[in-house]
Write a protein that binds this ligand. Structure first.
Ligand code: GDP
Ligand code: GDP
Length: 435
């Protein structure tokens, strides 16, 4: 499940985010002439010749109040800590600078493969400039142009050659889950409290990066794996305090999980950062449970839980399918219910409904609330079938997909949820026209 990670490192303005966007295939971060503009995303998926990988733009990790060289050092450290292969990017129009040399020195000491990308080689004549970068000491420099998309294929070929060889993991029925949330909500306390009651069977290096440690335990015959507990452990590097870095860690953990526990802090309530992190889990299509921790800290009456729940439902409208559990890592309140809940959400996430049963439900739904007519054209639903699990994905064959608007789709989803237990999992409904 764990894909290799590629990090792009290099001083500001060499073109890291331009290349990041090209490789990720979407315009997901802002490119401007100003060095150090705020970037949206620094973590994305890439694919090249059938190899899937995670991609990090370390340039997006800005440690506030740090001098220039400290910033560059922190970014190189992120690359060294997180990546299996590092793309070291330089500017082919400027030659080697002090900052390039600083990065090179850090990378020599790291035991990770480094591929040099010489960017801004926009035309054939300037290719000669590339040879200067042999002096960095990382082998053949690869000329590229982010502006024109040149040389990227050769660069990625080189990157892929350096991927670690991972044996196919043995088939595993373990349910993989992660705990995500902003700092101090109690993620590591929860992990410890959960594990305190369980027999931990192994703690092993999994995935491809050395510091990704998964912890396994068995509960009522079901094996569980807590993803990325090492990421939760505090190591005390300066970049770990940045929000970009913690969001990146969370996205990586989400990728590798079947079920994601979105942890909130009852004491502090819901914050903006909680919503961003939860949004990523939702987008990734994983099973989700909302865990409200530190429940012991509130003075409660008969309404406290209902009120808190209402607030969560209002703030996280798109997560209406996610069950909510109120716990305390400190007193262990309700923690023993967690494994069963995770297991149930995982079953729902992987649930497959037969076409005949599904069509009965859909046809009943249409009988109860007839399909809408939009600009004199009536939506007709012919047939529905579940085409995928994790998350459950249903294709509905119709006369014209444009006629299946959000509200009717929502109605169908609710009818499906009334008939089958899909709690904790998103359902994707896709309209296709029947030929
Ligand atoms: P970062 O700070 O390393 O992430 O650099 P950016 O990706 O933000 O790019 C810095 C500037 O260089 C922007 O103005 C880009 O448009 C420009 N740039 C990026 N790649 C190329 C390239 O291949 N050729 C040229 N001429 N400009 C480029
Ligand atoms: P993380 O940054 O999300 O991993 O959070 P930690 O597990 O390090 O917890 C942050 C702080 O909250 C620590 O001081 C914990 O002792 C405290 N804490 C964690 N869970 C609970 C809880 O359920 N109740 C109370 N009262 N404190 C908690």
């Amino acid at each position: 499940m764990a894909n290799p990670t590629v990090a792009i490192v290099g001083r500001p303005n060499v073109g890291k985010s331009t290349i990041f966007n090209r490789i990720a295939g979407e315009r997901i971060s802002i490119v401007e002439d100003t060095p150090g503009v705020t970037r949206d995303r620094i973590y994305a998926h890439g694919e090249w010749l059938g190899h899937n990988f995670n991609l990090i733009d370390t340039g997006g990790i800005e440690v506030s109040d740090q001098p220039f060289m400290q910033q560059i050092t922190a970014q190189a450290e992120v690359a060294i800590d997180e990546a299996d292969v590092i793309i070291f990017m330089v500017n082919g129009r400027q030659g080697i600078t002090d900052a390039d040399e600083r990065v090179a020195q850090l990378l020599y000491r790291a035991d990770k493969p480094v591929v040099v990308a010489v960017n801004k080689i926009d035309n054939f004549e300037s290719r000669a400039d590339v040879y200067d970068f042999y002096a960095l000491g990382f082998g053949d420099p690869n000329p590229i142009s982010g502006a024109h998309g040149l040389g990227l294929g050769d660069l990625l070929d080189e990157v892929i050659k350096n991927f670690p060889e991972v044996p196919d993991p043995a088939p595993d029925d373990s349910i993989r889950f992660s705990l995500i949330g902003r700092p101090n909500v109690g993620k590591s306390s929860l992990v410890n409290a959960i594990l305190g009651d369980q027999r931990v069977i192994v703690s092993e290096v999994a995935g491809t990066t050395r510091d990704a440690i998964d912890t396994k335990f068995v509960h009522s015959g079901q094996e569980f794996t807590i993803v990325d507990t090492a990421g939760i452990r505090k190591r005390g590097k300066i970049y770990e305090k940045t929000e970009k870095y913690s969001v990146m860690r969370a996205m990586k953990a989400i990728d590798e999980s079947n079920v994601v526990l979105v942890v909130l802090n009852a004491e502090e309530g819901i914050r903006e950062q909680d919503k961003r992190v939860a949004g990523y889990a939702h987008e990734a299509g994983k099973g989700i449970i909302i865990v409200v921790n530190k429940w012991d800290t509130l003075k409660k009456d008969n309404h406290t839980q209902k009120q808190f729940e209402a607030q969560i439902r209002m703030e996280f409208k798109y997560l209406d399918y996610a069950p909510i559990i109120f716990v305390s890592a400190k007193t262990k309140q309700r923690l023993q219910q967690l494994p069963e809940l995770i297991e149930r959400v995982n079953v729902n996430h992987e649930k497959r409904i037969s076409s005949s049963t599904l069509n009965e439900v859909i046809m009943d739904a249409v009988a109860m609330t007839p399909t809408p007519t939009i600009k004199t054209r009536k939506l007709r639903i012919y047939y529905a079938t579940q085409v995928a699990t994790a998350p459950p994905t249903i294709v509905v064959f119709v006369n014209d997909p444009e006629l299946l608007h959000f509200s009717y789709k929502r109605y169908l989803e609710n009818q499906i949820r009334k008939n089958f237990d899909f709690s904790g999992t998103p359902i994707h409904i896709i309209a296709r026209s029947r030929k």
